[in-house]
Design a protein around this ligand. Structure first.
Ligand code: EPU
Length: 302
């Protein structure tokens, strides 16, 4: 999809939108998969309601992209433009035990920045790729913690209301890899309240989580993290492994040899390859265990 109408281009320029024509989503996703479209980078949160109005006026469908680390995007020319927040400077402002963080900030860098200022609690999230906004939207978690536990306030673009709103932490429900945000809401900024902890102690926790992750997950390979959510009381990775499916492949899409709930792009995999592999593995798990695995990865297929 191209944002090419002269009036639209003028409107985008007036809103300070940085348009990157013909961007390949394979360069913006950790799976390294995805077709081409125009990327619209937002430099001012306040421009979003007007931007959405402008796109709708010109019949241009759109999607919000975070860090692209839990996302499988379809192949070829994509039927929507992509909206993404540009990173502000600074991304994080500390105020006592509160960290005010822009949604575009890198999650890992946020964890280490807070740690250096003796603010802990998020050690488990250190190796989780992506932005703070992406982590917030899906309540990312690992090693017994989840980001939602620390959220005190969220600034977001509420798609249903067509405006920017501030929600208190207790107005949002955070569950396992799920939140009460609407599907088209766009995370803009968050205030986290973090426990005071000496940097050295936080570093120790970070090292332990890093070690656990390195020993069980294919970190150097292109993936979207875990493909399926764990069903209640069970591990999707263990089930897939028990069926002997590590190494199963469709084209260059492959079930990781290291962790069976990670599917990797081992070369030039297409979205079609990945989707076929996902549906094959889901079918086999359902036949063997009677459990229909739910996607954790978000799929944007044309
Ligand atoms: N297991 C196997 N074979 C495998 C993978 C796992 O037998 O190929 C076994 C492990 O030995 C272990 C059990 O299954 O006994 C659970 O494995 P693991 O500790 O790796 O945890 P997981 O349930 O597979 C979850 C999250 C990860 C998170 C880790 C650590 C989900 C879907 N996955 O994985 O999150 O990093 O715990 O807390 O909730 C993600 O969400 O993308 C993700 C990677």
């Amino acid at each position: 999809m191209r944002a090419e109408h002269p009036k639209l281009e003028a409107g985008l320029a007036a809103l300070g939108i940085d348009v990157r024509s013909g961007t390949s989503l394979s360069e913006l996703t950790s799976l390294g998969i995805g077709g081409t479209t125009d990327l619209l980078r937002i430099t001012k949160h306040d421009s979003i309601p007007e931007l959405i109005g402008l796109l709708e006026h010109h019949d241009i469908p759109y999607k919000f992209l975070g860090g692209g680390s839990n996302l499988l995007v379809g192949d070829g020319e994509l039927p929507w433009v992509i909206l993404q927040l540009a990173k502000p400077d600074p991304e994080i402002v500390l105020e006592g035990n509160f960290a005010h963080v822009d949604a575009a900030a890198d999650l890992g860098r946020t964890v280490t920045f807070c740690a250096k200022h003796d603010l802990g609690g998020m050690e488990g999230l250190i190796g989780v790729p992506g932005t703070v906004g992406g982590a917030l939207r899906m309540n990312a978690g690992a090693y017994g913690m989840q980001i939602g536990s620390y959220v005190r306030e969220v600034k977001l673009y509420r798609a249903a209301e067509r405006k920017i709103e501030i929600l208190k932490g207790n107005q949002i429900s955070f569950e396992y890899r799920h939140t009460s945000f609407g599907p088209d809401d766009m995370m803009l900024a968050v205030t986290l309240e973090l426990p005071s902890k000496p940097f050295k102690e936080i570093l120790q926790g970070i090292r332990i989580c890093n070690e656990k992750r390195r020993s069980s997950q294919p970190l150097g390979q292109k993936s979207a993290g875990c493909i399926f959510k764990n069903p209640p009381g069970a591990s999707a990775g263990r089930m897939i492994d028990e069926l002997g499916l590590k190494g199963l492949s469709v084209g260059d899409a492959k079930v990781s040899d290291r962790h069976a709930n990670f599917f990797v792009n081992a070369g030039q995999a297409s979205a079609k390859d990945l989707l076929t592999l996902i549906s094959d593995v889901r079918g086999r798990v359902e036949n063997a265990f009677g459990v229909k695995l739910e996607n954790e990865v978000v799929v944007w297929n044309a």
